[in-house]
Design a protein around this ligand. Structure first.
Ligand code: URA
Length: 231
């Protein structure tokens, strides 16, 4: 594998940034300075060091992005900015978002190139809950808590029970759902005569959005965070 591709895939930087590092002599392969991006390395066999740090070969990438409003959950689009456009430095990895958030929804979205991981998080059989913070046009009626718990009826049929917690002030709520139908949270509140005016995903399973990530920022999941999704 080409050295520049290896380094870009490992998240060291974009191919352009990697070329600069190589030119500056910051990259060692088996203790020799290598400046050519075309130099071939054998992942798991050759020892690649950048600025004194050993770079592990990582075929899969797992990122959490704090999605801002106004960005679509797609890999590419002719006219609109996508979640993948927000990610630098993994250009050759065919990243995609795990599931979707609406264009106006903010918060936690996972980005990966691992199809099996995507399946584990999204498949209804794995029952990974998704938690949202919601602001509504009207106060949330206490009766909605019971209706969500029993299961809201949408045109596709009866939804799985969802947990609804009314917050202070009472036009704010936290809701946890166990499936991912189109516009699900908005339609659930619509079914109880309310309207979502702001929606933010706070958690997927037990993985919470890192509160230090500003809107539009992303970071790799730690090994412990990744392990939260193991069967
Ligand atoms: N439910 C919605 O209505 N929108 C989202 O973006 C996510 C869940």
């Amino acid at each position: 594998m080409r050295l520049d591709k290896f380094l870009a895939n490992a998240g060291v930087g974009s191919r352009k940034q990697v070329k600069v590092l190589l030119k500056k002599g910051k990259v060692l392969v088996n203790n020799e300075t290598v400046k050519s991006p075309k130099h071939k390395v054998r992942p798991h066999q050759d020892c690649v060091v950048v600025n004194g740090e050993v770079i592990e070969y990582e075929p899969f990438v797992y990122l959490m992005l704090n999605k801002p409003a106004g960005i679509i959950s797609a890999t590419e689009d002719e006219s609109q900015m996508t979640t993948i456009d927000m990610i630098d430095g993994y250009d050759h990895l065919n990243l995609f978002p795990v599931g979707r958030l609406d264009k106006d929804t903010e918060g936690l979205i996972l980005i990966t190139n691992d199809g099996a991981f995507n399946h584990r998080v999204m498949s209804p059989n794995h029952h990974v809950p998704k938690q949202y913070y919601v602001e509504l046009a009207h106060s949330v009626e206490p009766s909605a808590v019971e209706q969500f718990a029993v299961g809201i009826e949408l045109k596709e049929g009866l939804l799985k029970p969802a947990e609804l917690e009314i917050l202070e002030p009472d036009n704010c709520a936290r809701v946890t759902i166990h499936e991912g139908k189109y516009h699900q949270v908005k339609r659930m509140f619509h079914a109880v005569d309310n309207e979502v005016v702001y929606l933010k995903r706070e958690a997927i399973g037990s993985l919470e959005l890192d509160p230090t990530l500003a809107k539009g920022d992303y970071r790799k999941l730690s090994a412990e965070e990744l392990a939260l999704f193991e069967d």
